[in-house]
Design a protein around this ligand. Structure first.
Ligand SMILES: NC(=O)C1=CN([C@@H]2O[C@H](COP(=O)(O)OP(=O)(O)OC[C@H]3O[C@@H](n4cnc5c(N)ncnc54)[C@H](O)[C@@H]3O)[C@@H](O)[C@H]2O)C=CC1
Ligand SMILES: O=C(CO)COP(=O)(O)O
Length: 320
């Protein structure tokens, strides 16, 4: 099977390097200059410096070359995925499209697989998600992820094709649960970063992780996710990683808010946009998601960390 990765950011690059252990991989970058530079230097110095490309990674900015693959991993940021799928829908028909991004689209409130289904209904949509930093994947460090696909046979096929000796994929048919886990853990990671940046302490962070996880389960239940999925790699697993590591951009973004420091706005921070989407979903489904709500306001600069803390602590006392 010819595999391609669309999106040559940190994650797309890490995945291409890792999957090259199984055979040739096409890595598509939208920017021609960036693709040429990567092809020549055999590394992605802009997004994942210091990780040399194996010989069988072919970098291109040519969409025709990308569409030669029957399986395409989509490592394009979640807020950009819908338009990209729409623009390329004709060439993506009937392909296996594996979303690798984590987020809920602000304008449609769809997760990545729902975006695939909406724009390319004949494609087989799947989701690859879970605890994994791009650099770890590129370094072939042991990593376990969830591969979610509604079609059990297609899922099993993708699981086999995309697992490597160090990248272990667990199979699920619960696409909604996998979408929600990856999207929501970024929101909670921002809250944890704020907590640490503002000096609220590690006990407070543990409370945010736990109560944030309760919000994840609440929205999962409302949208029909299997609760088991949220306790797995794509939910709890990724939450544990992202809420506790300086390597996470969502966490660092939160830290910068907490410490009132500047942050490079060109950095991909999926949780900021997703916090708004989740707040809108909460309203639509009449759900109480206070941490997600304050993260949306904090990210937009509408409130400061002390106000966020006061809002959360002023809530009525209740059962766990
Ligand atoms: N970096 C990581 O460790 C991990 C990232 N992810 C997810 O992967 C997704 C991508 O993140 P990264 O690669 O880390 O971000 P990144 O910021 O390193 O790269 C994003 C890439 O997307 C491309 N891009 C942006 N807009 C585009 C568009 N309209 N059309 C085509 N390409 C476009 C950019 O040129 C860039 O190469 C995010 O959803 C993220 O949550 C998931 C797991 C790990
Ligand atoms: O999704 C990730 C780890 O699983 C990467 O997290 P960040 O996008 O916060 O860097």
């Amino acid at each position: 099977m010819r595999i391609a990765v669309a999106g040559a950011g940190a994650f797309g690059t890490g995945l291409a390097i890792s999957l090259a252990a199984n055979g040739p991989v096409t890595l598509w970058a939208r920017d021609q200059d960036a693709a040429m530079e990567m092809s020549k230097s055999r590394e992605n110095s802009r997004r994942l410096a210091g990780h040399a490309f194996p010989e069988n990674v072919h970098v291109t900015s040519d969409l025709g070359t990308l569409f030669e693959a029957e399986t395409i991993l989509l490592a394009i940021p979640a807020q950009k995925l819908g338009n990209w799928l729409k623009e390329n829908a004709n060439n993506l028909a009937e392909k296996r499209l594996v979303a690798c991004c984590k987020g809920i689209d602000q304008s449609t409130l769809r997760g990545p697989v729902a975006q695939i289904e909406a724009h390319v209904p004949t494609a087989i949509g799947a989701m690859l998600t879970g605890p994994s930093f791009a650099a770890d994947i590129a370094n072939h460090l042991p990593t376990a992820l969830t591969l979610a696909c509604k079609d059990a046979d297609e899922g099993a096929y993708l699981q086999a094709c995309l697992s490597t000796p160090t990248l272990r994929l667990y199979l699920s048919q619960d696409v909604i649960g996998a979408e929600l886990g990856g999207a929501l853990k970024n929101v909670i990671a921002i809250a944890c970063g704020v907590c640490m940046g503002a000096g609220f302490g590690e006990s407070a962070r543990a409370a945010v992780i736990t109560r944030g996880f309760a919000e994840m389960r609440r929205i999962g239940k409302a949208l029909g996710a299997d609760p088991e999925t949220l306790t797995g790699l794509s939910g709890f697993g990724d939450l544990a990683l992202t809420c506790t590591s300086d390597a996470s951009r969502n966490y660092r973004f939160g830290q910068s808010i907490g410490a009132a420091e500047s942050f490079d706005t060109s950095t991909t921070v999926e949780g900021a946009a997703t916090a708004v989407s989740v707040s809108n979903l909460a309203e639509k489904h009449n759900l109480d998601l206070p941490i997600c709500r304050v993260v949306a306001d904090l990210s937009a600069g509408k409130i400061d960390p002390e106000t966020a803390l006061a809002t959360l602590l002023a809530r009525p006392l209740r059962k766990e």
